[in-house]
Structure formats: structure tokens, C-alpha cells
Design a protein. Structure first.
Length: 624
């Protein structure tokens, strides 16, 4: 494996690829939700790693390219239109310009704000943007994108002795983007299959004379077997002939992993986490032969911006002062907007126990959604439909780490607290469905849990959460009452396919104390991500909707806290779900260390032991 600092042979040259991905506009080392410094995030710290890596290659007489793999436009509050400095370029674009990126790819979140906003951001980019599997269907769509790109660079020390090296780049993202942002994209663009596009792009780039071909693959690992329309296709993509290196993304993994066995690929692959947590480094050794530059050796690594100690995260590099200075106006405006008061809550609202008990932040969001929908429903011919409200956690630890939890104190609230509760820029929707689909919806959500069995003597309890299922797909539907039995088999897999025909996990599903009937009709308030197919909830496909005035869920929550919306009857209902009683199993659930002050909120006897894990989470050992 080629590593940083390795001496080069006289006839070889170093080509280093530096990669960022899934930065999500976390450009500074600051947590805007808590309004505190955060040493584990921030392109400002990654910038210091970039400077170091460039200096190393300069010392070796090599060539360096800086690339981003998508999900840079949307994310942290600094990217929100309401916090943007009027007339200024998007903060991510300012950062790209300062750091001299060579090219950027697109991720699915670049489309969250619509094609017009994306088009304006692309026009202000200081470097080429690439998206190889995007096709425009509407002549009015103006996206200055390259389908693929060849960068021609002269290798240091070569001069006129040998031709420049030609680096071919292509970029792919999940075709499911069309579903996730259907309201912005349907009928205007389409997305082609990742593997088919990659195969064609590699061939085209080679035919055009590329010496090196690199994939900006905004996609997760996925299975080795190719299936049409894969969301996560990194494994089969890296096996395609003619590819020299790949930069993965989308699922926020660390590749190569910091611990455990490394995934084996045919080419060097990096996936640098998320939020600027790591810099991906791919080193290619080029040698001249057969009248072209060829890759003779390759290696890769991740460089973290922080490490974990007993006291928490410790930075490995400082923030880059120049980038901090450039982003200072955007940073100051973001903090000022988020500091504006909106109202009052009498108790803390946090997500530390969202998978094992009550989550007041979810309850608040559900009530706000219902309060915003109810006047329109009552004025329609569907006024006799019971109104429910579906919500899911946005901050729940996971790959984003043990600090990634909603934590809003009781008392006066500001806009940053609302942003902490409503992280994503989703719009409010209302769908109409029957009890049969409603039950399937809950069964899909309950698939988030592993199937639990009695703990064997001497063995640790099973993890409660299935690591292959995303926490933001654990929908809780307020206005109902139901129990979940995680000892039963799940009825749906992560793709939304029915895999079982048993009783399922949902027990005692009731509305106002009576069992929900299969043909009983309901109206359900929810967000636009779920209605457009996010999370693979296939039972929600093609449901009729109640027409609503345009409104963001975050704005509905703000209006509800400000008392601009009437208190909703859902607030008088009990919390919707709980685990079935007396299951006779133990399980381990992970939460953040910030949960310690709230442990008394858990039912007596539920958590019989608490300990901190090596990666900083708080493990709760449960008796169910």
C-alpha cells in the first residue's frame, strides 16, 4: 500500500486524490443546535488536513487533486435560506473557492431546495460540477453540469519530456433521488442506474484518452450482486474494469474503517464519514509505459479531524484561520437568526430515548403538524376522517456519533431549538389511507428493531437497534395506541418488501380505545420526504392527498410554539407506543452520554445497567 511520505522511484510520480463527502454544510467546527464548539465536525478542520496532505505531495514532487463527493449544499443551519447573508454565495461555495477544489460531484441532498436553487449554486461554483446519471427532461432546467470530465495536469518535473496526465472523473448518485424530491423533480429530470452509468462512463473516458479514471460515487456499499436501480452500489461499481479509484459516500461510513477488518476492493476506495469528520486520501503511483501514464501502485487512508479520549473528542488539527475568517459573516448571521426567541416549553425535549420510550420533541412536532392540517381538513368534505400525525427522529446518534441527539432545555426557546427538533427542510403533507395500510406502515417502522431472543448464559444482550435500518425511518404515529413485540419476525425488509406472513410486531392497534379496522379511513399529517417514497415505505405509494397550502414542517412547529396555531387535540392523547409487557428478553440500546440527567424519565426497572462504550455512546441494558 502506498502511504504518505513513501519515497518514489526515479521513474514514477505521485498522484494524490484528496476527498471530502457528505459535509452537509458543516463548514465550521460549531454545533449550531447547541450553539457550542464541536471538535468532531467542520470543513474548517478538514482544511488543515488538506494543507498538510498537499504539502506532503509537494515535498515528493507529486500532483494533488481536491474533490468533493456530494451533499455539500444542504445540511447545517448555515445553509438555510433564512440564515443566508443576502446576496452572498452559498457558504459551501465560498469554502470550495477558498480551498481550490478541482471538481465536485452531486449528492441527493443537493436537490432538496429545488432545481432553481441548485442551478444558481452551480453557476457560482469555482470548479466544475459533475453528475453522470442525471438527464434533463425539461428545457427550462438550467444546470451547468458536466456528464464526465477529464482534467489534464502536468506532473511536476516532467515538463515537455512526457505528456500531461489525464484524469477522468465521473459522478453518480442514487436514482431514488427522483422519489425523495419528487415535488421538485418529477417530470423535469430523471436519474439513470448507477452501475450502468459507471460502466458507460469508464468506457467513454478511456476512449477519450484518460490515463486514470476516478469515480465520485455518492452511494453506499450495497450488495455485490447487481440489481437494477440500486441505491447503494459501491461494491459492484468498484469491480468494473477500467476503474482506478473510487470515492464513496451517502451512507456516512468510514472506509477504510478505523477499527475492525478492512473491506476488500479491487481498487482503492475511501468514504470519509460525514460533516467534515475525515479527509480521504488516495495515493496513486504513476509510471510511464506504452506511451501513456499507468497506475503501478495504489493505497488509501482516512485522516480524522479528532480522536476520542476519556474526556470526549480531542481535535487532531486546528481550524484553518483563513476559512474561518471567510465564513465569519455567514457564521455570525446564522447564530443571530437562530437566537431569535419563538416561545416557551415547560419541560426538556430530547431524543435520547426515542427508540425505547417517550420523545417530547416528536410529540411537539406531531401536534404542530396536526394543528397546521386540521383547519384545512375540517373545511373539506373529509372532515369526518380521524386526523393522525406521523413523525420520526432526525437526531438519534448512529453514524453521526454520540453527540447527535436533539437536546432542547425547558424554558424559553429560540429558532436554534426548533432547528434542533426539525433538522430537515421537509414540507407538510397529509395523506388518506385505510387501517390495513396504516398497520403495514407501523410494521415497516417496527422493522427498525432486531429480532430479540432470550439472552444465552454468558452472552451479552442483543442490540435493540438493527444497524442496517435508519433511525429516521422509525415512524411514530400519534393519535393511535399500539404495542411493539421485537421478539416477533419483521414483516418488511429495509427495501419495503414484505418478507413475512406471520402476525407481525404490532399488537393492540387502537384508535380511541377501539381496534383499528382494515377498511377504516384516516387522514395522516406527515412530511414530504415520506410521501415521496423516502425510506422505502411502499405501502404509502400513490396515496390520495389532502391539498394543503405550502408550508415547511419547521415553520409549523415554530407557529405552534408561538401559539399562532391552536392547541391540537392530539396533545391530550397518550404517547402512541410501548413495547409489549413481559417479553422476557434483555437488550442493549445505545444513546448519548447527555442522557444521564434524564435517566429518571425511564420506567422503573427498564434500564438495569448503564455504561459508556469505547466510541462514546451510553449503553442502556434493558429488561423487556
Amino acid at each position: 500500500m502506498t502511504r504518505t511520505g513513501t519515497e518514489m522511484k526515479p521513474n514514477s510520480r505521485r498522484l494524490r486524490l484528496l476527498a471530502t463527502s457528505d459535509v452537509h454544510s458543516n463548514l465550521l467546527s460549531h454545533d449550531y443546535y447547541a450553539d457550542l464548539p464541536h471538535p468532531g465536525i467542520g470543513l474548517s478542520r478538514t482544511s488543515s488536513l488538506i494543507s498538510q496532505a498537499r504539502a506532503e505531495v509537494d515535498a515528493l514532487g507529486g500532483l494533488c487533486l481536491l474533490l468533493d463527493n456530494g451533499d455539500w449544499l444542504q445540511g447545517g443551519p448555515i445553509a438555510d435560506a433564512k440564515t443566508r447573508v443576502p446576496g452572498a454565495m452559498p457558504p459551501a461555495v465560498q469554502a470550495f473557492a477558498h480551498l481550490n477544489y478541482d471538481a465536485v460531484g452531486l449528492g441527493n441532498h443537493e436537490f432538496n431546495f429545488g432545481l432553481e436553487v441548485l442551478g444558481e449554486a452551480l453557476k457560482s461554483l469555482p470548479c466544475p460540477a459533475i453528475c453522470s446519471n442525471l438527464r434533463c427532461l425539461d428545457d427550462t432546467v438550467d444546470l451547468p453540469l458536466s456528464r464526465q470530465l477529464i482534467l489534464t495536469r502536468t506532473l511536476p518535473g516532467e515538463g515537455a519530456a512526457r505528456p500531461p496526465v489525464k484524469i477522468g472523473l465521473f459522478s453518480v448518485l442514487p436514482p431514488q433521488t427522483l422519489i425523495w424530491d419528487a415535488d421538485h423533480l418529477q417530470g423535469r429530470v430523471q436519474f439513470e442506474d448507477i452501475v450502468d452509468t459507471a460502466r458507460r462512463s469508464i468506457a467513454d473516458l478511456r476512449a477519450a484518452g484518460a490515463d486514470v479514471v476516478v469515480a465520485l460515487a455518492h452511494t453506499g456499499l450495497g450488495p455485490e450482486q447487481i440489481t437494477p436501480g440500486m441505491e447503494n452500489a459501491l461494491r459492484p461499481l468498484t469491480e468494473l474494469p477500467g476503474l482506478d479509484a473510487a470515492i464513496g459516500g451517502h451512507t456516512h461510513l468510514l472506509l477504510p474503517p478505523e477499527t475492525g477488518p478492512a473491506e476488500k476492493f479491487d481498487v482503492p476506495v475511501v468514504m470519509p464519514g460525514s460533516n467534515g469528520s475525515h479527509l480521504g486520501v488516495i495515493d496513486l503511483t504513476l509510471e510511464w509505459g506504452a506511451d501513456r501514464w499507468q497506475v503501478a501502485d495504489a493505497g488509501c487512508e482516512l485522516r480524522p479531524i479528532s480522536t476520542r479520549s476519556a474526556d470526549g473528542l480531542v481535535p487532531t488539527v486546528p481550524e484553518a484561520p483563513a476559512l474561518v475568517r471567510i465564513l465569519a459573516p455567514a457564521h455570525a448571521r446564522t447564530r443571530a437568526v437562530l437566537a431569535q426567541s419563538v416561545g416557551y416549553v415547560d419541560k426538556p425535549h430530547h431524543s435520547y430515548f426515542t427508540f425505547i420510550g417517550e420523545d417530547r420533541a416528536l410529540a411537539l412536532t406531531a401536534a404542530a403538524q396536526a394543528a397546521a392540517v386540521r383547519p384545512t381538513l375540517n373545511a373539506s368534505d373529509l372532515a369526518n376522517y380521524p386526523l393522525l400525525s406521523a413523525v420520526a427522529p432526525a437526531k438519534f446518534g448512529g453514524r453521526a456519533g454520540p453527540r447527535n441527539y436533539t437536546d432542547v432545555p425547558g424554558g424559553l426557546l429560540s429558532r436554534r431549538h426548533v432547528a434542533d427538533i426539525c433538522v430537515f427542510p421537509n414540507e407538510l403533507r397529509c395523506v388518506l389511507l385505510d387501517g390495513a395500510r396504516l398497520r403495514d406502515w407501523l410494521e415497516m417502522s417496527a422493522g427498525f428493531f432486531n429480532r430479540l431472543a432470550p439472552t444465552k448464559t454468558g452472552s451479552p444482550p442483543m442490540r435493540l437497534e438493527n444497524k442496517d435500518r435508519a433511525g429516521h425511518n422509525f415512524d411514530v404515529i400519534f393519535g393511535l395506541e399500539y404495542e411493539i413485540d421485537p421478539t416477533a419476525a419483521a414483516l418488511f425488509d429495509a427495501e419495503g418488501r414484505r418478507i413475512g406472513d406471520g402476525e407481525g410486531r404490532i399488537r393492540n392497534l387502537r384508535w380511541q380505545g377501539a381496534p383499528v379496522k382494515r377498511d377504516q379511513m384516516f387522514a395522516v399529517a406527515l412530511n414530504s420526504y415520506r410521501t415521496t417514497g423516502g425510506g422505502n415505505f411502499q405501502m404509502l405509494d400513490n396515496l390520495p392527498r389532502l391539498p394543503l397550502p405550502p408550508q415547511m414542517v419547521r415553520d409549523a412547529v415554530t407557529a405552534y410554539i408561538e401559539s399562532d396555531l391552536a392547541p391540537d387535540p392530539l396533545t391530550a392523547q397518550p404517547y402512541p407506543w410501548r413495547f409489549c409487557k413481559h417479553l422476557g428478553v434483555d437488550a442493549c440500546a445505545l444513546t448519548g452520554p447527555g442522557a444521564r440527567p434524564f435517566l429518571t424519565e425511564l420506567p422503573a426497572g427498564l434500564a438495569h445497567r448503564v455504561e459508556v462504550t469505547e466510541d462514546g455512546f451510553l449503553a442502556l441494558y434493558l429488561s423487556l
